[in-house]
Design a protein around this ligand. Structure first.
Ligand SMILES: Cc1cc2nc3c(=O)[nH]c(=O)nc-3n(C[C@H](O)[C@H](O)[C@H](O)COP(=O)(O)O)c2cc1C
Length: 200
């Protein structure tokens, strides 16, 4: 059974949520793909700050009670990531970037010594054998242009951890009228259907 972890991050009743739901529904229909969903908006992870960062840098057996508590958050998210085969990021474009809630998730799973390490040749990913799918929902149209700094950023973060097989499904022009919105979502659903067949 292939295991997929779907992360949602829409502050709206969003288009990216609709794509994540479609992914999950198709996975159930098709079988062979078990889906866990995490709503990063409901999780409401705080910005990463020094006390939490420092807690990771102390060896586990030397942490204070407070540091143990602080480290739990990142430990649990990394454990969850490692327990799945496919990471699905349902990502709205907010002010040309990813939602800050999703950045807070990356800030906790991109941990030196755990998911990547620094070497003489640069960083080396430690997360092996996983792939990712980005479900990108946007009001405008940016794919393939300089203004799409979001998907390269996501790919760089995933790549640093060793996740280099990344598929992107774009749903663009969602704020450009009802007909283009429906057409874009329909196209994206079709792309998801094709992807799911390859993932199982
Ligand atoms: C705070 C905010 C910022 C946004 N910024 C952009 C933007 O920079 N470019 C764009 O094309 N659309 C932008 N949009 C529109 C969203 O990308 C669009 O509503 C998309 O459907 C968001 O995904 P969601 O519906 O899953 O939340 C923004 C929407 C919000 C709420």
């Amino acid at each position: 059974m292939t295991r997929a972890l779907v992360l949602t991050s829409s502050i709206l009743d969003g288009n990216s949520l609709a794509l994540a739901e479609h992914f999950q529904a198709r996975a159930v229909e098709q079988g062979g793909l078990e889906v866990t969903t995490r709503d990063l908006i409901a999780d409401d992870l705080p910005h990463l700050a020094l006390p939490e960062l420092s807690s990771w840098q102390v060896p586990a057996e030397e942490r204070t009670a407070e540091q143990r508590e602080l480290a739990t958050r990142s430990n649990a998210l990394i454990e969850e990531l490692l327990a799945h085969d496919v990471l699905v990021l349902a990502v709205p474009l907010y002010n040309l970037g990813i939602p800050s809630q999703m950045k807070a998730w990356f800030d906790r799973v991109m941990r030196a010594g755990e998911t990547f390490r620094y070497t003489e040749k640069g960083p080396q990913g430690l997360v092996e054998g996983k792939r990712a799918v980005i479900l990108a929902a946007r009001g405008g149209q940016y794919a393939g242009t300089e203004l799409d700094s979001q998907t390269p950023h996501l790919k760089s973060m995933l790549g640093l951890m060793g996740i280099r097989e990344v598929d992107v499904v774009f749903a663009e022009g969602l704020a450009m009228g009802e007909a283009p919105r429906k057409a874009a979502l329909q196209e994206a659903r079709k792309a998801i259907d094709g992807l799911i067949q390859r993932l199982v």
